[in-house]
Design a protein around this ligand. Sequence first.
Ligand code: B12
Ligand code: SF4
Ligand code: SF4
Length: 365
Amino acid sequence: MGIMVTVDELKARLRELCPAEGIDLAGAVPLPCRLPLAGKFRSWLADGRHGGLEYMLRDPETRLQPGLNQGGNGTLLVFAQGYTRGWPLHDTDPSATGRGDLQSPWTAGVARYARGRDYHDILLKAIKGVLRDLRSSWPDLVAHASCDTGPYLEREYAWLAGLGFLGKNTCLIHEKLGSGLFLGVALTNLELEDAAVFGPGGRPRAEPLYGVVPRHRRQVETAYLSACGRCTRCIDACPTGALGPDGGLDAGACISNWTIEQRGEVPVDRVKETGGILFGCDICQAVCPWNNRAAGRDLPPVVAEYDTLSEHDQVGLADLAAIDAREFRRLFRHTPLWRCHPEGMRRNAARVLAFRTAQGSQEGK
Ligand code: B12
Ligand code: SF4
Ligand code: SF4
């Protein structure tokens, strides 16, 4: 049974509950909804741009129709939690975003999203905290929360919920906070009485229910990619040409995919430039002006759990290139780095070592 609520009631509760859970933005998508970019997603799969990410092939239609198992009704709540407050301009030098000859393998070679505790745990706990408290208002609330791993195109729903716009780097970007945001969702049996204020299904909302309201509302509301304007910095900066000229990413060419998800040798012909990058890739976000501006703002800090990697500062690249399963577990069990398995970490560290050695011998000449 659906629970009838008004948008204002939901908004009031989210505004009360999200700050305590360290959530920056929250919004809602009334279901069923039509995803304006569904065709792009289907052709992305059909063209093989999922680059070996086989889980993306599993039941793709479910990603386009959340609520399928509940008859397609209800409301999808969407949440965003910051892990970094932008990237300062000096990070736009690729040598500072992972390819520099720095002392620590951590500060430069690991993408910022992975420099803390595992976001799947942290954000999911925060969302479940909000849902638990919502039950005090609506005891019959049914809700399934997920972060990253559920069958949702999270960025598209975040966009529809008014949390930001989709950039040419394919990330969800908030006008004030930038794109250093994790996303999570909760499929609920809430029924928004006045869902019509959201406009016809599939039309993005101009603002979130909780969080900073964007200034360029019309842009966010009406046009995908419009807030990028003529900027192409991310496309130009991507060392492997993984970003298409007008949106879309070829995961087979993306360093993030190769250093996190894929096992085995990195095919040199496809990904020549993993260089000094140990894990993940931030280049297309670090060059983004929305992130450079966010770094200059006086924003509240991100939750402390997203900034703990300095604990590993004593571990060197040579240690990582030879790491065994037990040590890998001890160091990384509850961090995003867990995802690459010891085998991936050894491979990545060996590549970075080789890269830095070659760089060093060139400088020595
Ligand atoms: C698979 C995946 C990846 C893959 C593929 C990335 C990708 N862009 O698809 C890899 C491993 C490469 C990856 C990398 C990263 N990821 Co990831 N990833 C996911 C995951 C699990 C699914 C994404 C997905 O559905 N991709 C399918 C494609 C088709 O979706 P899409 O790119 O959004 O495509 C749309 C548009 O590009 C557009 N489009 C496509 N082609 C075209 C063509 C034209 C002409 C046009 C106009 C439009 C267009 O339409 C598509 C459909 O709407 C999500 C979690 C989730 N469940 O959603 C996290 C997620 C997207 N990742 C996340 C993060 C943090 C990252 C990294 C930043 C990590 C890092 N530092 O290394 C990088 C960013 C790389 C990048 N520029 O996207 C966050 C993003 C948060 C944000 N603010 O956007 C998410 C949401 C996880 C989370 N819960 O927080 N990721
Ligand atoms: S994450 Fe790196 S490799 Fe992937 S699209 Fe962005 S800049 Fe290119
Ligand atoms: S770098 Fe430019 S084109 Fe790329 S996402 Fe940011 S604003 Fe858009």
